[in-house]
Write a protein that binds this ligand. Structure first.
Ligand code: ADP
Ligand code: MG
Length: 605
């Protein structure tokens, strides 16, 4: 109960339009950037090919959006300003929406909290203008304009001083506007966008010329303009489909990851969304490729029949609801994984070349080690001073493999050579007859476990190891059912589970080959994998995918120190195992440098 509730009997009143619009504005227009978003979306809906946005003082004093779209006729101007008036739907089918707008709320809301003027002209008629300030609508007047629409919004929130107080600095608000414009521009490569700051000396903040050609090329060109060539050079085109949902766009290679989720742009039917389901799927797709503190970069577009997705969930329309969220998630996870795996495989043939290229001294430019740049791998060198480096090394000195008396001979006939040491607790450096190899121990081990699991599976099932105390994993009833349905298959590869009440399962056995595992994490991974695979996959494909997942759990994670014998055993096992040159995700497990390459590095040839 409100602490200062009056003792008098409350009276129920009908609020007037101005108050209603101010309340609506609270949801639709949070800050200047949201006003810009509404106005630019209206221009796109109007079929504009050129859109310019002028702002002053972070949009607080002026926002002006000019477009060359279809225009509004003089007769319709008052209607455009009245609440729930829209030309975009007739209200009969809220699940059949092809435009950004449909709620008819933006213009009346903006007119309730700022001074708004619409000047517009439809072909074949004279231009006209209407103004509204603090909810007071003026008369329609003739105006001068060649074509299209100009919407001017001054003194946003002057009518609601409380909201004004919550705005951030001009700079921060201007930055938010730039982000909004770029986000919209990325999805509309055929429209020209220009954003200017006219606070003092007018200057262009962002400009993207209209692209031409086919959609993929146009999109790539636009992404280059907005995100930079670094992104497009390191990104792969995505094109996948599942159950009526179509996924396109560009996703960056794992090596081009970011320190925060700042380069993730997701769109549903052209609408920029910030949706947990979709960002979660993006994360899941890169899960095996990136460490926890790195974030993938991608611009992804999900397109589908509007009936399959509800956009009327949020007043600012930044969230959506898919009719079948599992399909959307699965599409993103599998679409990206496939594309990345293929790219990884392709890249692996040039790894040594890339390594050499990266290692060769560059006399002109100093080398910048920056995590946000494409680097050699997910674990880029850390920028530490020499003093710290020296300390690090002394702290981490690895037990050097005992030189074996016959090591020279041995190295001649061993393709992967003899281990000479381990660096950064994940890379084994070995000497071969003709050069050296660097092995990613985690990737290699994962592959070996996977191959072994497959072999055992093909023979007479994977040996299981009974847990002393069964591990109880709580799950949703649906997930329990999904797992129990395939419990026979799971048993074949050494994972013994049974029902434990309605919403938990008991894990009784795990694959012996994996040693001690985190049964709970493994169960969750298997469920993820099942969700990603969807219903379309064959049982065989499912089993392989699950095996590959399970293999990760038995792998020597990076960060484990190994003894000489262990390292050499790993090398010998790799030589004896088919497909060991690449890990389960298509990345290489080792890189070989020939002596000649090394000599070239030092300018000896
Ligand atoms: P909505 O976009 O949800 O329809 P708005 O309040 O944003 O609601 O706009 C109301 C109406 O005004 C639109 O339906 C459209 O007919 C018209 N309109 C707004 N902006 C423009 C524009 N830039 N060009 C042409 N028509 C516009
Ligand atoms: Mg609108």
């Amino acid at each position: 109960m409100n602490s200062h509730a009056p003792n008098i009997r409350p009276v129920i009143r009908q609020l007037d339009d101005a108050a209603i619009n101010r309340i609506a504005a609270g949801e639709v227009v949070e800050r200047p950037a949201s006003a810009v978003k509404e106005l630019v979306e209206n221009a796109i809906d109007a079929g504009a090919k050129r859109i310019s946005i002028d702002v002053a003082d972070g949009g607080k004093t002026l926002i002006r959006v000019t477009d060359d779209g279809c225009g509004i006729s003089a007769d319709d101007l008052p209607l455009a300003l009245s609440r729930h008036a829209t030309s975009k739907i007739d209200g009969s089918d809220l699940l059949n929406i092809h435009t950004f707008g449909f709620r008819g709320e933006a213009l009346p809301s903006l007119g309730a909290v700022g001074r708004l003027t619409i000047t517009s002209r439809v072909p074949g008629e004279g231009a006209a203008e209407i103004s509204v300030a603090g909810g007071e609508i003026g008369a329609v007047k003739p105006a001068a304009l060649n074509s299209g629409t100009v919407i001017t919004l001054r003194d946003l929130f002057y009518a609601t001083p409380a909201r004004l107080k919550f705005l951030r600095t001009d700079r921060a608000e201007a930055q938010a506007i730039t982000d909004v414009v770029k986000r919209l521009a990325m999805a509309e490569p055929f429209i020209r966008f220009e954003l200017r700051d006219v606070s003092n000396d007018p200057r262009t903040v962002f400009r993207a010329e209209a692209q031409s050609g086919d959609v993929v090329a146009a999109l790539k060109g636009r992404l280059r303009d907005v995100l930079g060539g670094d992104f497009t050079d390191n990104a792969i085109a995505i094109d996948a489909e599942r159950d009526g949902l179509h996924l396109t766009g560009f996703a960056a290679l794992p090596t081009y990851s970011r320190g925060a989720a700042v380069a993730q742009f997701l769109y549903v039917n052209g609408r920029p969304v910030k949706d947990k389901l979709l960002t979660g799927a993006l994360r899941a797709a890169y899960f095996d490729f990136l460490s926890r503190d790195r974030h993938p970069a991608a611009a992804l577009f999900v397109d589908c029949d509007p009936q399959l997705v509800d956009v009327n969930v949020h007043p600012a329309k930044s969230e959506v609801r898919f009719r079948d969220p599992g399909v959307a998630r699965g599409l993103i996870v599998s679409g990206l994984r496939h594309a990345l795996a293929e790219a990884g495989h392709r890249a692996s043939t040039t790894v040594a070349g890339a390594t050499l290229g990266a290692m060769r001294p560059e006399p002109t430019e100093p080398r910048v080690y920056q995590m946000d740049r494409p680097s050699l791998g997910p674990r880029a060198p850390i920028d530490t001073g020499f003093a710290e480096m020296a300390q690090d090394f002394s702290a981490q000195v690895v037990e050097t493999p005992q030189p074996m008396s016959n090591s020279e001979e041995a190295s001649t006939d061993l393709p992967l050579g003899v281990a000479r040491g381990q660096v950064h607790e994940n890379y084994i450096v070995a000497q071969t007859a003709t050069g050296m190899v660097i092995v990613d121990q985690h990737a290699a081990h994962e592959r070996l476990v996977y191959e072994k699991l497959k072999r055992q599976m093909a023979e007479n099932g994977v040996a299981a190891q009974a847990l002393l105390i069964p591990e109880i994993v709580s799950l949703s009833a649906g997930d329990c059912a999904r797992l129990l349905e395939i419990s026979d298959d799971l048993a074949r590869f050494g994972l013994g589970i049974e029902a434990f009440g309605g919403d938990a399962i008991a894990v009784r056995e795990t694959p012996a080959i994996l040693g001690e595992v985190d049964a709970k994490a493994m169960i969750h991974d298997i469920l993820d994998e099942l969700a990603d695979l969807g219903s379309s996959q064959s049982v065989q494909a499912k089993v392989e995918a699950i095996l590959s997942r399970v293999a990760c759990h038995g792998s020597i994670r990076s960060g484990r120190r190994m003894h000489a014998e262990e390292m050499n055993a790993l090398l010998r096992e790799m030589e004896a195992t088919p497909h060991s040159g690449q890990c389960n995700h298509g990345r290489p497990t080792y890189v070989e440098l020939k002596l000649a390459d090394i000599e070239r590095l030092f300018g000896r040839t």
